[in-house]
Design a protein around this ligand. Structure first.
Ligand SMILES: Cc1ncc(C[n+]2csc(CCOP(=O)(O)OP(=O)(O)O)c2C)c(N)n1
Ligand SMILES: [Mg+2]
Length: 889
């Protein structure tokens, strides 16, 4: 029904309803109004009356009206003075870098827009972990880092030398990292942040993991919030709006987001033609969050109180962000003109203000009282996560640059501008010092420093601070894994299943079990992990409010409030964020959690590689398990599933140990060593292990000495026809392709050749060690040479060497410089395709026959085989020399 069709009487009815709701408001306030409106809304939905238009937006006003604004508990004047000093020093860090000619860059505008809200947080909200409090995890915008350093410096937490060396991390006196990088500053930053968008899933899953630890009895329920500050431009990253629904689904009332809506990103406006705050309000409200808008500073309250007919409110709605950005650069008279826009009522209202006063009317993010009101409401949340949308000014106070489209990149000011900015901030330095952008630090006894320290003391002490002490834990003894290291000779199994069995043993280990965190993104059945559902339970904050269809089976889908498994659904980003939360729990909660994240190996590094990079930065510990590995071993699934390159990408992560094992006992050795190094020695490394789904006989661990060391170093001698010394052919195999190598060995032996097989568990480790030796030898030409492990390994051998891998040739090729001369490499370069395993192995030229072929050609080249013999032997092999190259298909 449109408006024209309404019967005339409806206007009177409407008037009555409006009076009634006003009475409700008078008697019960906004909660009473909400109660009535929610009741009406549910009446409408029960009667199946479709809403004519759906808007989840509220007016473009502050969510908290003046009447509900709490009194400000701090000394506003002192806080402003401290903030001004921080603004100057943060800017000076960048200017000094500029003056030194070091060309190291830096940002001023982000902090300038965020300073007031960060100060309200530091002075009144961000609380440290203590005996009585679980602790807040505070994640600030990366480009606001100078403001954080400036604060820690005047607090005495960072020394003068480091402050002189912002972005000079190699400086002998110590420097400061550009952005929050725990790896660079391990006692300071807790959470890595620099790649836009990633802090959102990081914060969400940290909040969820804190609840996991509480529910599993590992962390006392003493409260603690995760505060995450992000930029408005940053919300365009899919990781932001793509993960917020998880926070509300999980009722994460320990999570507070603050979006710095300065309306600008790097190049210009975020939404010039719209309003980012309204857009985000709709998205977050629709995702079930509490939304608090902080748009207008206190100066507007008086004007809004006069706005009887709603002209001002209408104008506020009409203006788009492009207009608001313009106001931040216009003088008072031009702003007035634009605001009034020919409306006499508005003109009259604005007459009460001088041009200077018009210019001085602040946005919500410049008003500590408004920010305090929002933060205060947020920490007293009601079972939901909260987002606070704060309108700020980009480059606030950067005279001549504030609000300009290029302000994000503004790194320098001339002497006059420096003077104007410093004097405006009330910095009591002399002119020369200001022109040189020197820092200003009030004396220790000054009211500013006393106040700031007292506030932090009240909140538990200085922040940020990263601690990394936690209990040391050792791996279970090797004997616990006898079922995997000792074969009865008749049980065929895949390496994936072997890993699942290792996990089960760890879950039964009395000292370790509570720390193990199995993580899966809706792939547990693919990896044979479903048996763990019933035993360990799937973590769910809601418990299980239904009877699962398979309740009476051994593999029931059991969800529980204290479940141990993190089942993330089809969300690799979330699963990786959980891995990050669990693997950094030692530094955030002091708990040595051991995550095992099982995923499709192709959906790891190339899907969420940036987050794995963050793991490296945060010195996250744990095991990444790339299941269904190998371009030909995972056969029918085709191009997008079959991974033949993740091991190569893994090698680009400096502190990641990557292994591609063939046998169950190798896995045991690698996992035990991983636990020893990460959790007993507490080294800052993490592990990537590829696991295959091909079943074959898992042999016993050879009794020979050095096998365990060889597995960890990356290669060892596995078996020979007679001995490695007398072998003419040496075959290097890894992962599932070891089975092809063993079949090739048999064929070559039938041809009368002597063969050795070497199990290569990690080309990456071999290459890294050899590179390290080369580097040492290059830098120390007069010292005794370091001999790479590889050279030692093959020192007493001769003949032809053939490596076959289910990964690209580049992987085995990485060790070529240290291998004996006749080294031939077979690998899976090219896109995967859906086929049977034997056909794929033939197609990619890594089948037993192709391995034999390469070995024979090698012998021929070395003149150990005549042309006639070669021709004769090749006839027995299924090799097509003119087949298509998989790289060209
Ligand atoms: C993934 C990624 N892409 C691009 C950048 C480069 N970058 C750094 S800050 C920035 C703009 C940030 O704008 P906004 O989120 O609005 O923050 P503001 O500085 O305005 O508070 C960009 C594009 C980055 N750091 N990370
Ligand atoms: Mg912005």
């Amino acid at each position: 029904m449109n408006k024209r069709q309404y019967p005339p009487g409806i206007e009177e009815d409407k008037q009555e309803w409006l009076e009634a709701i006003e009475n409700i408001y008078g008697a019960y306030g906004s909660s009473g109004v909400n109660h009535i409106l929610e009741t009406l809304s549910s009446w409408r939905s029960q009667n199946q009356i479709k809403a004519s238009s759906v808007s989840v937006n509220t007016a473009y006003l502050n969510t908290i009206p003046l009447t509900e604004q709490p009194a400000y508990p701090g000394d506003l004047e002192l806080e402003q003075r401290v903030e001004n000093i921080l603004r100057w020093n943060a800017m000076a860090m960048v200017l000094q870098g500029q003056d030194s000619g070091a060309g190291v860059g830096g940002h001023i505008a982000t902090y300038a827009s965020a300073a007031t809200m960060m100060e309200v947080g530091f002075n009144h909200f961000f609380r440290k972990r203590s005996e009585n409090y679980g602790g807040d995890l505070v994640i600030l915008q990366p480009h606001a880092a100078p403001g954080v350093y400036a604060r820690s410096w005047i607090e005495g937490e960072l020394n003068d030398e480091r402050m002189q060396n912002y972005r000079r991390e190699l400086h002998a006196d110590g420097g400061l990292a550009s952005y929050p990088h725990p790896r660079s500053m391990p006692n300071f930053w807790q959470v890595a942040n620099a790649s836009m968008g990633l802090s959102t899933p990081t914060a969400i899953y940290q909040a969820r993991f804190a609840k996991y630890l509480e529910n599993r009895g590992l962390k006392p329920k003493l409260g603690g919030k995760v505060w995450c500050f992000i930029g408005d431009g940053e919300t365009d990253e899919p990781e932001v709006l793509g993960t917020i629904n998880i926070a509300s689904r999980e009722n994460l009332d320990n999570l507070i987001f603050v979006v710095n809506c300065n309306l600008q990103r790097l190049d210009g406006p975020v939404r010039g033609n719209g309003k980012i705050i309204q857009e985000l309000e709709a998205s977050f409200t629709g995702s079930g969050w509490n939304v608090i808008k902080v748009i207008w500073g206190g100066g507007w309250d008086k004007l809004l109180a006069q706005d009887r007919n709603g002209s001002l409110r209408r104008r506020m709605e009409e203006c788009v962000d492009g207009d608001y950005q313009r106001y931040s650069v216009l003088p008072g008279d031009r702003q007035r003109e634009h605001w009034v826009d020919g409306n006499p009522e508005l003109e009259h209202m604005m007459e009460s203000l001088t041009d200077e006063e018009v210019k001085q009317i602040k946005r919500g993010g410049q008003d500590a009282k408004k920010i305090f009101a929002a933060f205060h409401r947020a920490i007293n949340g009601d079972g939901k996560p909260t987002v606070i949308l704060v309108k700020t000014v980009k480059g606030d106070g950067m005279i001549g640059a504030q609000g300009s489209n290029s302000v994000h990149q503004k790194k320098n000011f001339d002497a006059n501008q420096r003077m104007a900015i410093a004097r405006n901030l009330g910095i009591p330095l002399d002119d020369e010092a200001i022109k040189k952008a020197q820092y200003f630090k009030p004396s220790e006894t000054s009211p500013e420093i006393q106040y700031l320290k007292a506030r932090r003391q009240e909140l538990g002490g200085p922040l940020p601070e990263r601690l990394s002490e936690c209990e040391k834990i050792a791996p279970p003894p090797l004997a616990s894994f006898d079922s995997l290291t000792k074969s009865d000779g008749n049980r065929s199994q895949s390496t994936t299943m072997s890993l699942v069995r290792i996990l089960s043993i760890l879950l039964r280990d009395k000292s370790l079990n509570k720390y193990i965190v199995p993580i899966v993104p809706d792939e547990a059945r693919t990896f044979g992990l479903e048996a763990l559902f019933k035993i360990a339970g799937i973590f769910s904050l809601q418990g299980q409010r239904y009877t699962p269809v398979d309740a009476d089976t051994l593999v029931a889908y059991r969800e529980a409030e204290d479940g141990q498994i993190l089942q993330e659904g089809i969300c690799e980003t979330g699963a990786l964020a959980s891995f990050l939360a669990a693997g950094t729990a030692y530094s955030i909660h002091g708990l040595p959690m051991i995550p095992f994240y099982f995923f499709y190996s192709i959906f790891g590094f190339q899907r969420v590689g940036d987050m794995i990079w963050t793991c490296g930065d945060m010195m996250c510990r744990g095991f990444l398990i790339g299941g269904t590995a190998g371009r030909t071993t995972l056969n029918g699934e085709g191009i997008q599933h079959q991974d033949g390159h993740s091991q190569l990408i893994a090698n680009t992560f400096p502190n990641l140990k990557s292994y591609d094992p063939a046998f169950a006992y190798e896995l045991v050795v690698i996992v035990r060593e991983g636990i020893r190094r990460m959790y007993e020695l507490q080294e800052n490394i993490f592990y990537y292990i590829t696991a295959y789904n091909e079943n074959y006989e898992m042999p016993s661990m050879p009794e020979k000495k050095d096998v365990q060391d060889g597995i960890l170093a990356g290669a060892y001698h596995y078996q020979s026809t007679k001995s490695e010394k007398s072998s003419q052919v040496h075959l290097l195999g890894s992962g599932s392709i070891m089975q092809q190598v063993l079949a090739a060995k048999e064929k070559l032996e039938v041809m009368g050749l002597e063969v050795s097989v070497w199990s290569v568990t990690s080309y990456n480790e071999l290459c890294r060690e050899a590179e390290e030796c080369d580097r040492y030898n290059r830098l120390h030409p007069f010292d005794t040479e370091w001999v790479p492990y590889l050279r030692d390994l093959f020192a007493k051998t001769k003949g032809v060497y053939v490596a076959a891998s289910d990964y690209m040739k580049a992987l085995p090729n990485s060790i070529a410089p240290w291998m004996p001369k006749s080294f031939l490499i077979l690998g899976t370069d090219g896109y995967g395709l859906s086929e049977s395993r034997p056909d794929l192995r033939e197609y990619f030229e890594i089948s037993a026959d192709y391995i034999c072929h390469a070995a024979l050609v090698g012998l021929f080249r070395n003149e150990e085989l005549s042309a006639a013999e070669l021709k004769k032997k090749l006839k027995t092999l299924d090799v097509d020399p003119d087949k298509v190259n998989p790289m060209n298909r």
